[in-house]
Design a protein around this ligand. Structure first.
Ligand code: UFG
Length: 325
């Protein structure tokens, strides 16, 4: 298929682009490099450099027809979204509306959207299935849920099948591509950076949660497994309307378990400070992934902690300053 990947210079978009190319798809990338990295682009892939907020630009990109759109481009800092909500509504919702509008008029035949576990907020039941109520607790989650609604309505009206993939905690790396955000807020890259540069320091945010070791439990899913899920969603039998899938490993790991896995993968001592809880962190988030397994044939086979920490460490060690070196 001919596929337009928005956010193809970002963490998950760049890994997915490689998987699509390896599976014989023809890929074009749209990115404004507000958070993505030119170094993460594959050689020879056509690039449309510009913003989704520029409706004329998006129309021109889609004037040359594509079969499908994979939409990764978004701001994704939960904390920042609480301080600057309209930055998130403008970019995430506004940009997606322009993209959906152009895609519907261009006759795109499939649309795959990067959604998030943040749409669930703090669910009552674990593991979280796709039937759980959507009750986001921050503006980032609100914007992603708003896009899911816009996507469902547009898919119904325009008659194209659409998929929303709700990621849990993306992590890990491939030999070429890794996680490099500025600022970095995520557990694993912050921890590994602190092992490379002890001056950076590392803190566990809260050890008094109602979990067996007192630290928060999350569902860590390897970026290569996420990328494969996108390819499967693209290639799956078309279902009318919007299909929603959780992408997680169905296994929870606490912050302390991640620290132990990092110590094992690196051979270095991990000695964190303990700081107060970070506002808005739920104690436990674990995905039920039966639907993705059943409908897409997805198997998150690299999402065990030794593989995640080994791959992430391998990348960070070779890129101590991220894509800058
Ligand atoms: N944590 C630390 N120290 C750090 C960084 C994180 O202890 O330096 C802890 C957090 O408090 C949390 C856990 O590690 O308990 C994981 O935190 P991350 O920031 O890595 O990930 P989150 O679970 O907060 O967020 C992820 C995605 C979001 C998404 C959310 C869905 O990054 O985009 O899952 O719940 F919205």
């Amino acid at each position: 298929m001919k596929v337009l990947v928005t956010g193809g210079a970002g963490y998950i978009g760049s890994v997915t682009t490689r998987v699509l190319l390896a599976r014989g798809h023809e890929v074009e990338i749209l990115d404004d490099f507000s958070t993505g990295h030119r170094e993460a682009l594959p050689p020879g892939v056509p690039l449309h450099e510009g913003s989704l907020l520029d409706a004329g630009f998006v129309d021109r990109v889609l004037a040359a027809p594509v079969d499908a759109v994979l939409h990764f481009a978004a701001f994704s800092l939960v904390g920042e979204s609480a301080v600057r909500p309209l930055k998130y509504y403008r970019n995430n919702v506004g940009g997606s509306v322009n993209l959906l509008d152009a895609a519907a008029r261009a006759g795109v035949r499939r649309f795959v959207f990067s959604s998030t576990a943040a749409v669930y907020g703090e669910p009552d039941e674990m593991p979280i299935t796709e039937h759980a109520p959507t009750r986001p607790v921050n503006p980032y989650g609100h914007t992603k849920l708003a896009i899911e609604w816009a996507l469902a309505d547009t898919a119904a009206a325009a008659g194209f099948p659409a998929v929303a993939l709700r990621y849990f905690n993306a992590c890990g790396a491939t030999p070429e591509l890794g996680e490099d955000h500025e600022p970095e807020t995520h557990l694993i890259p912050r921890l590994l950076r602190s092992l490379l540069d002890p001056a950076a320091g590392f803190a566990v945010f809260g050890d008094d949660y109602p979990t067996p070791d007192g630290t928060c439990i999350r569902d860590y899913v390897h970026v290569a497994d996420l990328a494969e899920a996108h390819a499967l969603a693209l290639e799956a039998d078309a279902r009318p309307g919007l299909s929603v899938y959780n992408l997680g490993s169905e296994t929870g790991a606490s912050v302390r378990e991640i620290l132990a896995a990092a110590a094992a993968a690196t051979g270095l001592p991990v000695e964190p400070r303990i700081e107060p809880r970070r506002p808005g962190d739920p104690a436990r988030l674990v995905a039920g992934n039966a639907r993705a397994r059943r409908d897409l044939g997805w198997r998150p086979c690299r999402s065990d902690l030794p593989t995640i920490l080994r791959d992430a460490w391998d990348w960070h060690r070779r890129h101590p300053r991220g894509y800058r070196g």
